[in-house]
Design a protein around this ligand. Sequence first.
Ligand code: ADP
Ligand code: MG
Length: 209
Amino acid sequence: TKVIALLNQKGGVGKTTQATNVACWLHKQGFKVLLVDLDPQGSATEWSETRDSDDDFPVVSMGTKVARDLPRVAGGYDYVVLDGAPQIKDLAGPAVKAADLVLIPCQPSPFDIYSCATLVELIQARQEVTDGKPLAAFVVSRVIKNTHLSREVREALAEYELPIFDAHTTQRVAYADCAKGGSVMDLPETDKARQEIEALGREMLEMLN
Ligand code: ADP
Ligand code: MG
């Protein structure tokens, strides 16, 4: 079982959007998937309750005891996707501990880039005592095409010395439409948002394997 955590202490950066869509992508690839909602606000749980699909994967919620509790339920799944919560100081540590790969969705804005510092430090401190686990990478989120910030964000993030995925999400209505149980993976293969999630999924598995 490989555990992929979408973490960022800031809210609204795309954690739930990337977590639910990537979970749908993994499921579509034929993997056994468990989605874990770490957010007390329960966005991923709500998403799954409104999802209209009988061929799907389970969503469970967990809190700060995720590092302890996850192994009890993760057996039998190929991939566990953790949807992180904002501003929960005690949650990032256990989530980083439980993860094989941490993805940090980050919007192309200076404030969002600065606010990743604590999480990056936490991950790097963990990597030092565990010989590099978890792997970690930034995923640029909600890119607005042809803006100078979108071009500069990679340069700014590079200062953190974590990899930055080529895959990213662009600001698109298709993602906003996912809130009520939808996924861009339900859209036609030619859909641009779907193709972004597919690229994200592939890059994620390349890093893990
Ligand atoms: P987080 O889980 O980090 O708080 P969400 O995934 O819930 O962030 O995203 C916050 C809001 O932004 C949601 O309303 C979501 O639909 C929207 N959103 C996220 N990513 C995109 C995107 N690439 N394009 C358009 N809207 C997006
Ligand atoms: Mg969320």
